[in-house]
Design a protein around this ligand. Structure first.
Ligand SMILES: [Zn+2]
Length: 386
């Protein structure tokens, strides 16, 4: 933030100076015109005074903002703080910063899994796929301890870890909103990955490490701990372990209202919101000492700006999804910010917005229209699970 005077003010100011400095020798004989010209000059002169005041106020305000930011978060290590500031392009992220919360929203194909950064054929192909899927990965942590969690880390484990490392944060836990491959990796139900039995990197690599051969042996004799603990709904835990080939012992099961504390400052509260998948969860992030009032929600594939995740998959249930959406609508305040699992439209929304323009504002009849007959037989198992 710097005290820059906007370009349009400078150009208007210069124009006014030119007009102000012009004398009116040519209009002495034309009395009426002369008077009119002087009236204009008088107005312009007063406008210029207003502009001078405006510029002075703008510069003072901007100086104040610079001073406020400089005084903020004094107890946060300077390297970590400067990194966070430089990467904050969303004003809402400031809310996290002020509350000592580390927060990063990363978009597949843009912030990580970038095709231009692919180092082999597999990455080229999978990053192109990731670009289409537009998955959001989240890093949420406690700035005072430097520990964070990764939500739905998938596709490009190195690329995601690079952000945490650059910001001086260590990923301690892996949290999954649900078990679809574009969120946790592992077995892919889409070609060409399926027939080639190619697994996507994700949960397994965050928990066990990228090079797992020797590590697995040492993990089995308990000579080393896992890199991160995985958290997923109790409903999907077994299947997630199977799909990612990660031993169940490294998972913790989540129920409705389960909590996970990061340091002594941040609390994650999980709500079971089935519909898109049987164990879908939304995550409420709050400061522990502020009555658990959530600061924002990570909604996975349960709620997107203006829409939601698919409910026509074999394991989806439109009726459960309706109930989950109603729970969200009735429980959380209108100004609660919601960060979705995919970047299909906007990067975030609020409960209020979704009541006005989205699925939280429609009736059950509207929701169920066309959904009553679930075409189980016709569903292609290998369609995108988003
Ligand atoms: Zn999904």
């Amino acid at each position: 933030m710097t005290g820059v005077i906007p370009e349009f003010i400078i150009s208007n100011f210069e124009q006014l100076l030119i007009i102000y400095n012009n004398n009116c020798n040519t209009c002495i004989s034309k009395k009426k015109k002369h008077i009119r010209q002087h009236t204009i000059q008088k107005k312009e002169s007063s406008m210029m005074e207003d502009l001078k005041i405006y510029i002075t106020i703008t510069v003072i305000i901007q100086l104040c903002i610079v001073l406020c930011i400089a005084n903020d978060g004094e107890n946060i290590p300077s390297i970590r703080r400067s990194n966070i500031q430089s990467s904050n392009d969303d004003a809402k992220n400031q809310l996290c910063f002020e509350n000592g919360i580390y927060f990063k929203q990363l978009l597949a194909g843009v912030d990580y899994a970038k095709v231009s950064k692919a180092t082999n054929m597999f990455e080229q192909q999978s990053f192109r796929f990731a670009e289409q899927m537009k998955n959001y990965v989240y890093l949420i942590g406690d700035l005072s301890t430097g520990e964070c969690i990764v939500v739905d880390g998938c596709w490009d484990v190195k690329g995601i870890k690079r952000y945490a490392k650059k910001d001086g944060m260590k990923i301690k836990h892996y949290v999954a909103t649900h078990y679809h491959y574009d969120h946790i990796g592992g077995e892919v139900t889409m070609e060409p990955f399926k027939s080639k039995n190619i697994k996507l990197p994700g949960l397994r690599e965050f928990v066990l490490g990228i090079k797992t051969k020797n590590r697995m042996k040492r993990l089995k004799d308990n000579s080393i701990p896992p890199i991160a603990q995985a958290y997923i709904s109790e409903v999907e835990l077994e299947e997630a372990a199977k799909r990612t080939q990660t031993p169940q012992v490294y998972f913790s099961a989540l129920k409705d209202y389960s909590t996970l504390d990061l340091g002594d400052r941040i609390r994650l509260t999980f709500r079971h919101t089935p519909g898109h998948s049987p164990g879908s969860m939304v995550i409420l992030v709050s400061k522990i000492d502020v009555d658990d009032e959530p600061l924002f929600m990570i909604s996975g594939d349960t709620l997107f700006p203006g829409s939601c995740g698919r409910v026509d998959l074999p394991e989806s249930d439109p009726v459960s999804m309706w109930d989950s959406l109603q729970t969200i609508k009735q429980t959380y305040k209108n100004d609660l910010i919601v960060y979705p699992g995919h970047g299909y439209s906007k990067s975030n929304t609020t409960i209020g917005n979704e009541k006005r323009n989205g699925l939280l504002g429609i009736t059950k009849t509207q929701w169920m229209s066309g959904r009553k007959k679930k075409k189980v037989q016709k569903i292609n198992l290998y369609k995108k699970e988003t």
